[in-house]
Design a protein around this ligand. Structure first.
Ligand code: CP
Length: 304
């Protein structure tokens, strides 16, 4: 069982995963939890930088009693540097490990790796395409913070164009009735034709806008996103748009008291540090939830 995209899941499977994640949260330090993946080896190979995804997957594996082998900076520190293709790397890792977690800058590359091995492959982010494990932890966070997943006004702010998180999260939220999606971005980083086609194909309605101030008062979830420097070929263009939307303390005054502020992190300059003190700032709790959700996902790929 591979995890490549949120499009592979049914609503029922998603709910079971959320419920398993909740069990993991409650039983994190239970000695029995430490035995669930005893004897397994999880490989984490990251061709792009990561703090949360790699280290929470490794922690999840260790908390479940598995062992971890890990390659960071794999673009230069693995044999990819010598010209090995991702499929051959996956074949090799499947000789050593029982599950493989891969982050790669090229869209579709993790799926290519999955096609040559029966060993479960988990997509930890492939370029601007998908980040399914992030989307599931986001869903878990929204449910935990707001107590529901339906009838929400979700406002995504920032680099809509390059956000693999948005691509993965919107179809999951669309399982639930009454959810409304609004994408606020600089014009240059607005949703692409290809992204639009995918949403239309799934009958997912959305609106676009360019004003943070207009969107905030009705938002239940404000999902801030980093402008992704690494996806720009022209760095002058990045410099021009990088600080377009910054959430500042003054914005808190026009938001509802129960709204939550999320961000997949790392933030660069999208959220003023002063916002951290406000209880609506959910982004660090969101990252913490990644541990429980990734524990549930590891159990899922082992059919446990
Ligand atoms: N949210 C996320 O993917 O963070 P990292 O890049 O630190 O893994």
């Amino acid at each position: 069982m591979h995890i490549l995209s949120t499009n592979q899941f049914t609503k029922d499977e998603v709910e079971k995963l959320l419920s398993r994640a909740s069990e993991m949260e409650k039983s994190l330090l239970d000695p029995k939890t430490r035995t669930l993946l005893a004897g397994k080896i999880v490989a984490c190979i990251f061709f792009e930088p990561s703090t949360r995804t790699r280290l929470s997957f490794e922690t999840a594996a260790l908390r479940l009693g598995a062992n971890v082998i890990s390659a960071e900076n794999a673009m230069t520190n693995s044999s990819t540097y010598k010209g090995e293709i991702i499929e051959d790397t996956a074949r090799m890792l499947s000789c050593y490990a029982d599950a493989i977690v891969i982050r790669h800058p090229t869209p579709g590359s993790v799926e290519s790796a999955s096609l040559v091995t029966e060993t479960p492959v988990i997509n930890a982010g492939d370029g601007g395409n998908q980040h399914p494990t992030q989307a599931l932890l986001d869903l878990y966070t929204i449910k935990k913070e707001l107590g529901r997943l339906d009838n929400l006004n979700i406002v995504f702010v920032g680099d809509v164009l390059h956000s693999r998180t948005l691509n993965s999260l919107v179809p999951l939220l669309a399982f639930y009735p009454g959810n409304k999606f609004q994408f606020i971005s600089p014009k240059e980083l607005a949703i692409s034709v290809e992204q639009k086609e995918k949403l239309i194909e799934k009958n997912i309605e959305f609106s676009e806008g360019y004003s943070l101030e207009k969107a905030l008062p009705n938002a239940d979830v404000v999902y801030m996103m980093r402008v992704q420097k690494e996806r720009f070929t022209n760095q002058n263009e990045y410099e021009r748009v990088k600080n377009f939307f910054i959430l500042k303390p003054k914005h808190l005054d026009i938001m509802k008291k129960e709204t939550i502020i999320m961000h997949p992190l790392p933030r660069v300059n999208e959220i003023d540090y002063e916002i951290d003190k406000d209880k609506r700032a959910a982004y660090f709790r969101q990252a913490q939830n990644g541990l429980y959700v990734r524990m549930a996902l590891l159990l899922y790929v082992f059919n446990l």
